[in-house]
Design a protein around this ligand. Sequence first.
Ligand code: FES
Length: 364
Amino acid sequence: MAAIATGDISRTDEYPVKICFVSLPGIGGVTMALRAAGLQPGAAPGQAQRLRLHVAGKRRAAEGIAAFDLVAEDGGELPAFIAGSHIDVYLAGGLTRQYSLRNNPAERHRYCIGVLREVAGRGGSAHMHDHLKVGDTIETSLPRNAFALEENAPFSLLLAGGIGITPILSMAHRLSALGRDFAFHYSARSAERMAFRNEMEASAFADKVHFHLDDGPAGQKLSLANLLAHRPVGAQLYACGPGGFLDAVIGSAKVLWPSEAVHREYFANATPTTGDRPFRVTLAGDGRSFDIAPGRSIVEVLGENGIEIQVSCEQGICGTCVTRVISGVPDHRDLVLTDRQRAAGDRMTPCCSRALTDELVLEL
Ligand code: FES
């Protein structure tokens, strides 16, 4: 298996996303936690890496958003995480969902997540809202990070839209603890849909937070054009929110913000899945070949034949499954690879991407 667990990932060359599954945040570090568990740093989550967590708290955070506090079953310390990290939550029926940790990374006793009930979702968030209750036990992955914070930047601009507040909130905690200079803009459709506002207003960084309501007075609405029209020297930009919000941020940042200064995290991949054509995948390791029919993924077909590719999001946004391409031309449908990586044609996300040629030879 040739999954690349650490490296730079992004959808375009203009706006890279840093993905790193391990780090040493000065409070113990995920690397040490992984090694203590006999696991390899950088490994994608599998059965052996699951945590069993107790649901210690559940509350309504905003309209359609539920907040959960998860703790170790024995009440002990949890593996450390860094700002911007997420966990996979394994739900009944084989559903796996990714949720960002929103709490202060200095906390070792709990993982806090916020779950938006997605009306058009596949049932994971509805299950969390309707069935998961205080006292239940759930399984999760170890924390991983596909949205790393550059902690030494002289200034950081944090932008959150809707439920995109969760990783951004964790970043604000971390930057505040480090004494870094930053500004935090949180935009929501309405006051009822704005989560964790009280928490932010009571935080040590309350003076750095600016709230924006889409249905509020004109003067307080988020103006990305104005906000991004000036870039302090060395400033880094972090954005998380719905696709439209991120597209607007990226569009507004294009002129003044260099590629390496813009970091964003998507929730979902809305890339059209039409135009599937059949192709063949050949494994470089043993030469076996498998036909991938329209509507089937490489991961699915190989899995049915006993070849496991580790996955997490299964929609091309996390980079867990990235695999080397030996020959053939991938039909990229992910949101993680750069234009340069796509042009090089030497890697792909087999969870969602396909082939433009009749055959792909993968380093498996
Ligand atoms: S599993 Fe997330 S990109 Fe493939």
